[in-house]
Design a protein around this ligand. Structure first.
Ligand code: ZN
Length: 286
């Protein structure tokens, strides 16, 4: 009889060893987070296992997908989540958009990942030197459809500026990148009743993180510092930067950093999930 360890070892060699995504096993948010942390540590050390990228996994996932995490991150070519977290086919349900903004389409996609595919964890992953955030900080002139994209980032930058009036423009960029991660989480929680409900029911955790282009390491920011207010607040005006939200009861899960940007909209009336923004920022052009 094979014991559990032998089976795991065999699965590892077979390229199936998920560590957590064992057949029939549904990971929780802690396990999912641990898997990402271990994978990123491997990546940053240059010791990737590159599991679950073979023919066996291809055939297995063709029958259906059971990713364990939903990731919203930037389109920047330097941080494909499957690579920086050293994961395989079918592991990561990914939404990528410049500046990792959470607008209508992104929120809808996340709802599919967490609501339909039931990933227990959703990560909003920003990154150092993000061009989209930098453009907003520097007030760069943008054309075409880009203004409608970066308008989601504007409140984050304003918030970071308010929090750190002492910083120069260049110094402000890292703070704005972090604030923008929390802005996306705020937008997600504000405009998705489904996501709010899953978090309230303990079926989903939404975490912020920032990837460092230099080191390859992901720095975890924790849950939104104003999560409790956001969960019970409902929809406020999209992208509206509210004055600093009260530190919430989520403090124990709060970012290690002393001064995370605060974006929680003040508790407003509870509204139906917003399928469409009140003021669509995405132009109708194609
Ligand atoms: Zn970026």
């Amino acid at each position: 009889m094979r014991n559990k360890y032998t089976v795991l070892l065999w699965l590892t060699f077979a390229g199936l060893a998920p560590g957590l995504v064992q057949a029939g096993e549904v990971p929780d948010a802690d396990q999912a987070l641990k898997e990402l942390q271990k994978g990123n540590a491997r990546f940053a050390k240059g010791k990737m296992l590159q599991l679950r990228r073979d023919q066996i996994r291809l055939e297995e996932t063709a029958k259906g997908q059971h990713p364990f995490v939903t990731v919203l991150t930037c389109s920047d070519s330097r941080l494909p989540p499957e690579i920086v977290f050293d994961q395989g086919l079918g592991d990561v349900f990914t939404v990528r958009v410049a500046g990792n903004v959470a607008d209508v389409d992104e929120i809808g996609t996340i709802e599919y990942g967490v609501g339909h595919l039931h990933t227990p964890l959703c990560v909003v992953l920003g990154h150092t030197a993000c061009g989209a955030v930098t453009a907003v900080v520097k007030g760069a002139e943008v054309h075409g459809n880009i203004p409608a994209l970066v308008d989601n980032i504007v409140p984050a930058v304003e918030n970071a500026r308010q929090q750190h009036p002492e910083l120069s423009e260049d110094q402000l960029i890292p703070a704005a990148i972090e604030a923008n991660v929390f802005q996306s989480i705020s937008d997600l929680l504000t405009h998705s009743e489904e996501v709010r409900d899953l978090v309230k029911e303990g079926k989903l955790r939404v975490l912020g993180a920032v990837y460092d282009l230099q080191t390859g390491k992901v720095r975890w920011l924790g849950v939104h510092p104003g999560q409790a207010a956001l969960l019970h607040g409902g929809a406020a005006s999209h992208g509206e930067a509210a004055p600093a939200a009260a530190k919430s009861a989520e403090a124990e899960h709060a970012p290690e950093k002393a001064e995370p940007a605060k974006h929680a909209e003040p508790a407003a009336k509870h509204e139906e999930p917003v399928k469409k923004k009140a003021e669509p920022s995405r132009g109708g052009g194609h």
